[in-house]
Design a protein. Structure first.
Length: 171
């Protein structure tokens, strides 16, 4: 009987080669699935930005989605002088403005909404009040990846959009 080492036998070389090819194929498939998943997330990534517009006789706040996917706005938190408010009319200069709903909306990519708009002679009072207003929005992608932004427009990734009802802006 031949005394060939087990790892030198032709059957073992063929078997180990097949095993190596199988491992390389599995690793390649796993990596490909990871890349595909990341690409899918990136292709529907929302990016909200809050902006203020002001000229001589008009004032507005706007929100735009400059991302590649829809933004599911979960909540808005607006504070005036450090205190949460439920409606714009709680701020004296904002009592006679045109308003739109912010919370629980879906904002498509490359679209904007204008939650506050005023045209008239009293814009200076609105600009002064703007210095005491903080706006926070929490939004998610369709993959439930969530971010919070404020007027600085620096999104901060968070686990989920949660807020106390007392602090939630209702309009």
């Amino acid at each position: 009987m031949d005394n060939i080492k087990w790892y030198k036998s032709p059957e073992m070389i063929v078997g180990l080669s097949a095993l190596l090819i199988g491992v390389v194929t599995a690793v390649t498939s796993i990596y490909s699935a990871y890349v595909d998943r990341e690409y899918a997330r990136a292709s529907v990534w929302p990016r909200l930005e809050i902006f203020r517009s002001f000229n001589g006789n008009s004032f507005s706040y706007g929100i735009t989605n400059n991302g590649t996917g829809p933004a599911l706005i979960k909540y808005a938190k607006i504070q005036y002088g450090g205190n949460p408010i439920k409606m714009w009319k709680e701020i004296e200069p904002f009592k006679s403005i045109i308003q739109s709903h912010i919370s629980n909306r879906t904002l498509s990519p490359q679209n904007s909404i204008t939650p506050v708009y005023y045209k008239g002679e009293n814009t200076k009072a609105l600009v002064i009040a703007d210095g005491s207003i903080s706006i926070e929005l929490c939004y998610c992608s369709i993959y439930e990846e969530c971010w919070v932004i404020d007027k600085t427009n620096h999104p901060k990734k968070i686990e989920a959009c949660m807020i106390d009802d007392e602090k939630r802006f209702e309009q």
